[in-house]
Design a protein around this ligand. Sequence first.
Ligand code: FAD
Length: 410
Amino acid sequence: NLNGNFDVAIIGAGPSGAVAAAQLARNGHKVLVLEKQHFPRFSIGESLLPQSMELLEQAGMLQAVVEAGFQFKNGAAFANKGLYDFFDFREKFSPGWGTTYQVQRAQFDKILADCATKDGAEIRYGHAVESYTEIDDNSVQLHVYDEQQNEYDITAKFVLDASGFGRVLPKLLNLEKESTLSTRISLFTHIEDRIGLKYFDRNKILISVHPENNEIWYWLIPFSDGRASVGVVLPRTIYEQHQHQEDADILKYFIYQTGKMSESLTEAVFDTPVGKLAGYSSDVTQMSGKHFALLGNAGEFLDPVFSSGVTIALKSAILAAETLDKQLRGEQVNWKNDFEQPLKLGIDTFRQFVEGWYDGSLQTVIFTKDKNPAVKAMICSVLAGYAWDTSNPYVKNPKRLHVLAQLCQK
Ligand code: FAD
């Protein structure tokens, strides 16, 4: 019998769903995770930030991640025409981890989900949530269907939507709001990279900017097995000019237009279908309600440029699990103050950095020679994911970035 009553139902077993499930199950709550797909499954978003190590540690999942043997990562490198500079995350301003990993998400997400199962959460793979109904003051009902065409209902005291770009509750409850960020298209794939360059640093994500249009940028994320994730981000209008071509050809066309990327990937073998995500930036009118909260990408998603997605997803899960645990134990909580505001603090820092990237100010800062080491450490902290550390002046007031860019231009 698939029906049942749960304390918490979670939609989606990606990083945010798995972490929230583990935290709540460990605290003795009856947790059901409904996951539409079967794991391991592909997901984009392979470059982690050091801040996520602390969050994985809090979730009790760090050891499993460390033992998986993912590619070590200690920073981010940036290239634009002849310019090249990098941030070593160990030289950041904020205390905490300065290194992390570049992970194949199929494997990484499965590790986190398996940790949640070990901690006592039930995960049903191949089960999709179709509707959400508030029944009374204390419970909601989810309508679920599985691959055998079974349909059933479960009830829960609270629902966490961790459905990523599925955005189940924003769609069902009409919470979607247009992002203030422009519509962009991303094309990506996994390759056998065969990078032969002696000076290529596999321990860093490489972000390259197109030589003529600084709104077009690329990522190259090496893995530990000789493979890599590669992708391009294009303004929609530019993508539309190429729409007569196959996505795989568009991706290669742009890669081989850019010095550092084409130099690194001369021998690369493109052996995997190209994926596309369009208009991925999204926002919501509210991140929580009487019986629900939105985690990770189901809430707000900004932009992939600083690899902040998984870190924000994990942070949202930890904050929501703490708040919900208190609520289920009968304590008074306030979701706006305890969950939304603390989460938004970091999202807003990243937002200023993303806007700064596309308006050119952050690129000016990144490619300025002879940076002030103290200021570089503060910028480095945000790039390492410490976007919640208000002792960093660039977190306390991220608009300072624009003032800094003006100083760099003088
Ligand atoms: P997800 O990991 O997307 O998991 C959601 C799960 O919900 C899925 O498994 C899905 O099957 C399930 N689901 C959906 N609908 C339903 C339903 N109806 N019922 C049941 N289950 C359902 N982030 C980084 O940290 N580093 C990066 O380098 C990076 N690069 C990116 C590049 C691009 C182009 C994009 C678009 C994003 C990138 N991101 C990156 C962001 C990252 O992919 C996401 O932020 C992260 O995966 C969010 O995790 P999540 O737990 O919110 O959701």
